[in-house]
Design a binder for this molecule. Sequence first.
Ligand code: NAD
Ligand code: TDX
Length: 356
Amino acid sequence: MMANNKTIFITGGAGFIGSAVVRQFITETDVRVVNIDKLTYAGNLATLGDALDDPRHCFEQVDICDATAIAALFDKYQPNAIMHLAAESHVDRSIDGPADFIQSNIVGTYTLLEAARAYWNGLSGAKRDNFRFHHISTDEVFGSLGAEGFFREDSTYQPNSPYSASKASSDHLVRAWHHTYGLPTLMTNCSNNYGPYQFPEKLIPLIILNALDGKPLPIYGKGDNIRDWLFVEDHARALRLVLETGVVGETYNIGGHNEKTNLEVVQTICTLLDELRPAAQPYAELITYVTDRPGHDQRYAIDAAKIERELGWKPQESFETGLRKTVEWYMEKADWWREVTAADYQGERLGLEKKA
Ligand code: NAD
Ligand code: TDX
């Protein structure tokens, strides 16, 4: 992948997806990674495993909204590229309190764009030509699908939650900074990720941990909402490929063609746990239907034909193999999730704010 002696900024590298990208760069390439993360409730250094202490991993605890600190990092490290993953990422929290989403996702992206533009304007030659600003985004910016159809790169933006509206805003800023200032940007919009080190507020880890503790398994509404699932390591590989070979100014949708209803996901986790850690009763007996999420998007599904055709990307994991790995990982890593949940979150319901 990336050639020797390059320096890549990764924002949000102590979170779920960012840490997977950092771990891959450190174990599979020779690049130096500068991991820029504020360490919110969702970020912790244990996600980095052995990469944490590698001499090619430089951790900087910085808020991406801090323009002075970000400019100083560009000056200090002179990066070849930036991969921007730092964000507030949980839809339910965005319903309870949108302010942090506006700040980190919109103002933070703006701050990075301006710092990157100033730095890039000072470059010359190959370093300027090859500089990239890679913005990592979500399929939720496209809104909600009915029974038919897929999100494509040219689908209309119709974000419905404060989270997706903040990500859509950041996508538009990135597009404008390319169009107006010529900043060499890349953008990717990915479907739902799952895998190791996901904070247990999200559906799959929440269900695994509740089941292991014999607690109710909350399903919003009827459980017929559909998400399109991708194993996090496959997403990280796609991001590295786009950074290396993507065409400047383009956007790429990333997804693994794994559409499942939420009920199917929860039942599959229960079946895996029945096999791996049999309990007195089948785990599915813990399933509980709870009040629906306000504004709950019905269906997400990605058409990933562009990245497959133009860049030759294919996921390596099926939903079955990836979910088995994930369940086994959470069973083995109780020390990680007990520690990250102890401080801030014990599985309580979030995002029930009523519509005005
Ligand atoms: P996460 O919540 O696990 O991690 C986010 C990281 O960003 C944390 O380490 C946090 O400390 C850091 N961060 C937040 N605000 C910051 C700030 N102001 N300054 C510096 N660091 C800050 O999120 P994730 O699931 O790993 O998502 C990463 C990115 O991928 C996000 O941009 C998200 O929108 C996008 N995405 C996520 C998914 C998914 O299914 N999780 C799917 C598609 C796209
Ligand atoms: O307890 C729950 N019960 C339940 O039924 C939780 C936490 C969720 N759900 C439902 C809501 C969704 O339909 O499961 C589905 C998945 O929910 P989340 O894990 O909260 O993910 P989602 O809202 O789909 O957003 C995720 O995918 C896109 C990530 O959190 C985003 O960061 C990403 O951009």
